[in-house]
Design a protein around this ligand. Structure first.
Ligand code: SF4
Ligand code: SF4
Length: 120
């Protein structure tokens, strides 16, 4: 039985150093959600990613994500796949020490459903 990690919205993953990479469809969706042009979105909220092969979200001075406002993600309904997929579809050794997601045993089908739910 797979383990599904239920996000507790602690926002730790929005605060640690790193980069949130963006693909073209995410840029389109986030710009539309913010009601700004893609050009303005790119200029205002993105930077080159570390290997200069694409774009990533900018950070605040404390290295938290530019879209973290208090305890909330300002673009929650259209947040990038990289955010949505952590920690169930990707993670790193020892992530449980810094992520407060609650492990729940679920069926394969439920796991797939939960991982593709729009509000994860
Ligand atoms: S886009 Fe939202 S969920 Fe993703 S790191 Fe930024 S604040 Fe967190
Ligand atoms: S995925 Fe983990 S670290 Fe990120 S907000 Fe959810 S519980 Fe916190």
């Amino acid at each position: 039985m797979p383990t599904y990690y239920q996000c507790e919205r602690c926002t730790a993953c929005c605060r640690w150093p790193g980069q949130v990479r963006l693909n073209e469809s995410e840029i389109t969706a986030i710009a539309a959600y913010l009601d700004i042009s893609e050009e303005v979105f790119i200029q205002t909220y993105t930077r080159l990613n570390a290997n200069r092969s694409g774009l990533a979200l900018k950070d605040h001075d404390d290295e938290s994500c530019i879209f973290l406002e208090g305890e909330d993600c300002k673009i929650q309904p259209v947040k990038p796949n990289q955010c949505r997929a952590f920690p169930n579809l990707w993670n790193f050794p020892g992530f449980e020490k810094v992520c407060h997601a609650k492990p729940v045993q679920v069926s394969e089908e439920t796991f797939r459903t939960l991982c593709t739910a729009p509000d994860t």
